[in-house]
Design a protein around this ligand. Structure first.
Ligand code: PHB
Length: 376
């Protein structure tokens, strides 16, 4: 697709992006142990993909309790900040732009991952029945496990949590990231507060939709004070639910997702943040997000809009041409094709995704996917 609309520049906050192809946040579980520290190998993986117009790091836990899968990298210790510096330096050397995805899994965790073996924290003591956490069972090996009943956060603990997001945002800038994305999707902590299925609190953080959106609002405002609105994005998943091999990550779908998430987008608009990223349902034959929802997002929000979820370049380009999206993220194709933008723009064939090394491991299935080479 030589004159693909995805191959046109666009402004995002302070940045002029070279194209509209996004590397979305993808869990790859390769941080150094102990300490959950980003590595040289991770820097190589991100460097290989830096021709994306815009990149978001894999989710990085803002505090120890925010981790739900072994070996995901954190962004709360000095060693972790140092580790991330290698990644951002590698991306910047290639002219790329990268934000850090700030992650807290809330109830989608396990005692084995929690400080002191405590129960995971959540808005309410309701377990995530369909999600799985992942714990280490030996060096480099682990298993998916059922998350236990979490402990409901006390009202006074929430202020501290908001402060942890702000501190993580400071750490991200310190590590050289160009900005941050707040993970409010896929059934994790902020999503758990938004959802009536997981939040039955009786304080000002539960009950009405306005109350269920309060944590999101407080975090957006606090992080905005640190990084500024032009360096901030938020990710939602209004209809998310997915499975990948035997790994399950089930989101929380509201009774009225349209109303819930347009109200959530209004929270972002009030702070004037740079973008909203929508993770769509991504299993085979998933329902499309309704066009009316896409139009309402566009008319509610004046920043950039990113969509992700099993897009082909053609389908993504159509959404941009229709004026409903600004950028399109490609997850699985970008894992398998480090030069994905060049392949799309030149009409070159794509490498197939391998199951090996998707989650955890070393180089195989991570940095060993070849760039395109002309047939001899
Ligand atoms: C996963 O590791 O399965 C996972 C992590 C973060 C997401 C979705 C899925 O947002």
């Amino acid at each position: 697709m030589p004159d693909c609309i995805l191959n046109t520049p666009i402004k995002l906050g302070h940045h002029r992006l070279n194209n509209r192809i996004v590397l979305p946040p993808l869990t790859r579980q390769r941080s150094a142990q102990p300490g959950d520290i980003a590595t040289d190998l991770m820097a190589e993986y991100y460097r290989q993909r830096a021709s994306a117009g815009f990149m978001v790091s894999e989710g990085t836990q803002i505090e120890p309790r925010g981790q739900g899968y072994a070996w995901t990298p954190g962004i709360y210790s000095a060693a972790q900040i140092d580790g991330w510096r290698k990644v951002t330096a590698a991306v910047h050397a290639e002219g790329g732009v990268i934000f850090a995805q700030l992650w807290h899994v809330g109830r989608v965790s396990h005692n084995a991952l929690q400080p002191g073996g405590a129960a995971p924290v959540a808005p309410s003591a309701l377990p995530a029945l369909q999600a799985k956490a992942f714990i280490e069972t030996g060096p480099g090996v682990g298993e998916l496990v059922q998350p236990p009943v979490p402990r409901a956060l006390a009202t006074l603990e929430i202020e501290e949590l908001v402060g942890q997001y702000a501190q993580a945002a400071r750490n991200a800038l310190d590590a050289g990231f160009d900005g941050v994305e707040i993970h409010a999707a896929n059934g994790y902590l902020i999503n758990q507060f938004i959802s009536a299925h997981s939040n039955i609190r009786e304080d000002e953080y539960g009950g009405s939709l306005e109350n269920r959106l309060r944590l999101l609002r407080e975090i957006v405002e606090a992080v905005c004070k640190v990084v500024g609105p032009e360096r901030l994005g938020v990710r939602f998943s209004p209809l998310f639910s997915g499975t990948d091999q035997d790994r399950v990550y089930i989101g929380l779908v509201e009774q009225d997702p349209h109303h819930t998430y347009i109200e959530a987008v209004k929270v972002l608009e009030a702070s004037g943040i740079a973008y909203v990223s929508i993770a769509e349902a991504d299993w085979e034959n998933a329902p499309d997000l309704p066009e009316t929802f896409r139009q309402a997002v566009r008319s509610t929000f004046s920043g950039r809009i990113i969509y992700a979820g099993r897009y082909t370049a053609e389908r993504g380009a159509r959404l941009v041409e229709a004026g409903l999206a600004d950028l399109i993220a490609f997850g699985r194709p970008f894992i398998a094709n480090p030069d994905l933008p060049q392949r799309i723009f030149n009409g070159w064939p794509l490498n197939a995704l391998k199951a090996e090394g998707l989650y955890g491991g070393t180089r195989a299935g991570y940095v060993d996917y070849p760039v395109y080479a002309e047939p001899q």
